[in-house]
Design a protein around this ligand. Structure first.
Ligand code: C2E
Ligand code: MG
Ligand code: MG
Length: 708
């Protein structure tokens, strides 16, 4: 075969031919070890003019694209030289010189094909002639090696530049510690701790940037990591800035090896904001947003802890005080919620300042507050605290020109040996508080087991009352009011009666407070008002007596009351001048300014107002004369029981004088004996009402009384 073919031209000869044909070629001769053994051609073009023989070929060219074997003996690939020039490379291998890289950037495709063709031919013959089977793979391995090195270097360069970018621009502080001292810190690290130059930190201990009281725990962290060979750890601690300020810090540490040395990488984050948010969330979950007092959950928790401590402090007692503001709804309804809120905040402040700092005051919601008293030497101490709180709350709350008066009813529950559950104790105090309310507000009661049963029946009453209205169980009785001068019936007072299906007749003193608390008082009061007006309108024309209807302040302040009142008058046909609305003195005076507005509006309808239970409340004299009030009803306690006592005589006389001076009629309630009536006549009282004349009567009986 050899004789049939042309003898192979030497590589040297081929090179010369190729150089002639190519426009800007260069070549490198590369030994089997990847070392440049020679170079020639237009080396300048590729930035290779300074290339030394003996330099690694990888310094001269970097493989950009993989090897493209054109066939098993010839490869074409693309390289980049250090000067950033690109070149296509033809690889040719020969035994003597292992391989030749032909650099060629301008070769036309057709020309290249020609060259390739030529190369191919040369290679073929070379292989055949010189059994160069080993040379080619070796050469290819060299080139591959060059490529891989280049790729690895590139990856390293990229990751280094990535790391550098992260390191420089990170908002987290990043530092490397060598033997627990700063060896490297990024700009964020300097900013975080208030330094300006790296040099200020490098070489200093890491613990220097940790708040002194946290250093031991950080040291402990490091020790633990070291002993467990854990490479990474995360913890929270406090940082120390250069100016001495302290802040919350999140720390992430990991260990790494570099140049046979162990470093600790620390990544630090300022978590002051996160900590503050967390703390606020926790605070909000356990506190009332309006007053910032502890809420029910926190109170129950503290109560539980106090109960747990109780057995250990044998001599000391514990009490829960349930404080409920009396008729608070009135403040809200008449002055608006912003005033209501202001009053609640004031109450919260007063409660807190009236107690020891160890005691807990919490707001359960609405107008309900609870107090936890610990270390009580005797239960009397709890009573004294209750009295003190009531005194504190009794002071008027000033809101611009208004003075809001509130009182509180307080229920006290003492933790006995058997009491252990916080919720039970709280409920007991709640029940006692209700008892205090029912006994007439502004007082305190201590829980007794009997109250429990009572509370249950009261709960029953509440649900029964809802149905009573629908089922028409509420009746209106009428009690005559006579003129003291001539004994003639001048009018009637309508009084509510409840025919309870199981309990029989229930009196208003029992169910009106329940109706007021549940808000049922408005529909109930409206129904009674309508019935009373109807009854009075149907009386014979010859007896145009008045009818007085008790009106709760809540009903009076309910939305649209004036309209409903006008409608009732129009529909029943009762002349408005014959209607008197009885409003309790304490109710209207608890919020005099709003009451004044309300009464003036209603007065336009031509109805009259009487102040009920006069003498029990604290009327502000300056208001009294501005109120469109037509009459004062003297509370029965000033009249009874048998005679008007000398000291009550003075009070009643004062009221009678006041009524006269202000042009108001006076009506005495609770007139039970002829002596009462006699005294009232002598004293100059206008009207009298009481058992002496007649008890409250069913409607027909009352009408009959008129006819007689
Ligand atoms: P009040 O308006 O002061 O009514 C007078 C109370 O004295 C009535 O009690 C009446 O039965 C009672 N009474 C009458 N004469 C005598 C007497 O000679 N001696 C004594 N000791 N008491 C006498 P009652 O009917 O039990 O009503 C109690 C309170 O309930 C009323 O006091 C009033 O404030 C309230 N009330 C009654 N009905 C209604 C109503 O329809 N709406 C509202 N909001 N309150 C009502
Ligand atoms: Mg009355
Ligand atoms: Mg009265």
């Amino acid at each position: 075969m050899r004789t049939e073919r042309q003898p192979p031209p030497s590589v040297q000869a081929y090179l010369e031919g190729w150089l002639r044909r190519s426009r800007s070629p260069a070549y490198l001769l590369v030994s089997a070890g990847g070392i440049v053994a020679g170079a020639g051609g237009d080396l300048e073009r590729y930035g290779l003019e300074g290339l030394d023989e003996g330099a690694p070929a990888a310094q001269a060219v970097y493989l950009l694209e993989g090897l493209f074997p054109l066939d098993d003996s010839f490869v074409l690939f693309r390289v980049e030289t250090p000067a950033g020039r690109f070149a296509d490379v033809h690889l040719f291998c020969a035994e003597e010189m292992d391989c030749v890289l032909f650099l060629d950037s301008t070769q036309e495709v057709a020309e290249r094909a020609e060259v390739e063709e030529a190369l191919h031919r040369i290679l073929e013959s070379l292989q055949r002639e010189t059994d160069n089977a080993l040379a080619l793979p070796r050469a290819m391995a060299v080139v591959q090696d060059i490529g891989e090195r280049r790729r690895a270097e590139e990856a390293l360069r990229q990751s280094q530049s990535k790391f550098q970018a992260v390191f420089e621009n990170s908002r987290d502080a990043i530092g490397a510690l060598s033997a627990a001292n700063h060896a490297l810190v990024n700009p964020a690290y300097l900013r975080m701790f208030g330094y300006t130059h790296e040099a200020e930190l490098l070489g200093t201990p890491f613990l220097d940037v940790i708040a002194p009281e946290y250093r031991e725990s950080v040291r402990e962290q490091a020790r633990r990591r070291f002993s467990t060979a854990d490479l990474t750890a995360a913890y929270e601690t406090k940082g120390l800035r250069r100016d001495g300020s302290i802040f919350d810090l999140d720390v992430l540490v990991s260990r790494y090896e570099c140049d046979d040395e162990t470093y600790t990488l620390v990544i630090l984050r300022d978590i002051t904001d996160r900590k503050a948010t967390e703390a606020k969330l926790i605070h909000d979950a356990l506190h009332d947003s309006l007053t910032d007092l502890p809420n029910r959950a926190l109170f129950l928790d503290r109560l539980q802890q106090a109960l747990n401590r109780l057995p250990r402090r044998r001599s000391a007692g514990l009490a829960v005080l349930f404080v409920d503001i009396d008729r608070f709804k009135l403040v809200n309804d008449s002055l608006g919620h912003h005033v209501g809120d202001y009053v609640l905040v004031t109450i919260a402040r007063r409660l807190t300042s009236a107690l020891r700092s160890a005691d807990t005051v919490a707001r359960l919601g609405g107008d309900e507050f609870v107090v936890l008293l610990e270390d009580l030497a005797a239960s009397e101490e709890a009573f004294r605290v209750a009295e003190r709180l009531q005194q504190e709350l009794g002071r008027p709350v000033r809101w611009h020109d208004h003075e809001v008066f509130v009182t509180a009813s307080i229920g006290i529950a003492l933790a006995g040996a058997a009491t252990s559950r916080p919720d039970e104790l709280l409920r007991a105090a709640d029940i006692a508080m209700y008892r205090a309310k029912r006994k007439g507000l502004a007082r305190y009661e201590i829980f007794t087991p009997e109250m429990q049963a009572d509370a249950l029946s009261r709960l029953q009453l509440e649900s029964d009352l809802h149905r009573a209205l629908e089922r028409g169980e509420i009746d209106v009785y009428l009690q005559p009011i006579v003129s003291v001068a001539d004994g003639l019936v001048a009018g009637f007072e309508a009084l509510a009666r409840w025919r309870h299906p199981q309990r029989g007749l229930v009196l208003p003193d029992e169910f009106i407070p329940v109706a007021e608390e549940t808000g049922l008082i408005t529909p109930l009061g409206d129904a009674i008002l309508r019935r009373a007006c109807e009854w009075a309108a149907r009386l014979p024309a010859a007896s145009p007596v008045s009818v007085a209807v008790n009106c709760s302040v809540q009903q009076l302040n309910s939305a649209g009351f004036a309209d409903r009142l006008g409608q009732i008058l129009a529909e029943t046909g009762l002349a408005p001048a014959r209607l008197r609305l009885e409003i309790t003195e304490s109710g209207i005076m608890s919020n005099a300014e709003a009451g004044l507005m309300m009464l003036r509006t209603l007065r336009l309808l031509d109805v009259r107002f009487h102040l009920d239970d006069f003498g029990l409340g604290y009327s502000s004299m300056s208001y009294l004369h501005r109120f469109p009030i037509d009459g004062l009803k003297i509370h029965q306690s000033f009249i009874g029981p048998s005679e008007v006592s000398p000291e009550h005589q003075k009070i009643v006389r004062t009221i009678l004088n006041l009524g006269r001076d202000l042009g108001m009629v006076t009506i005495a309630e609770g007139v039970e004996t002829p002596a009462h009536l006699e005294w009232l006549r002598a004293a100059g009282c206008d009207y009298a009402q009481g058992f002496l004349i007649a008890p409250p009567l069913p409607p027909d009986d009352a009408r009959a009384l008129l006819a007689s």
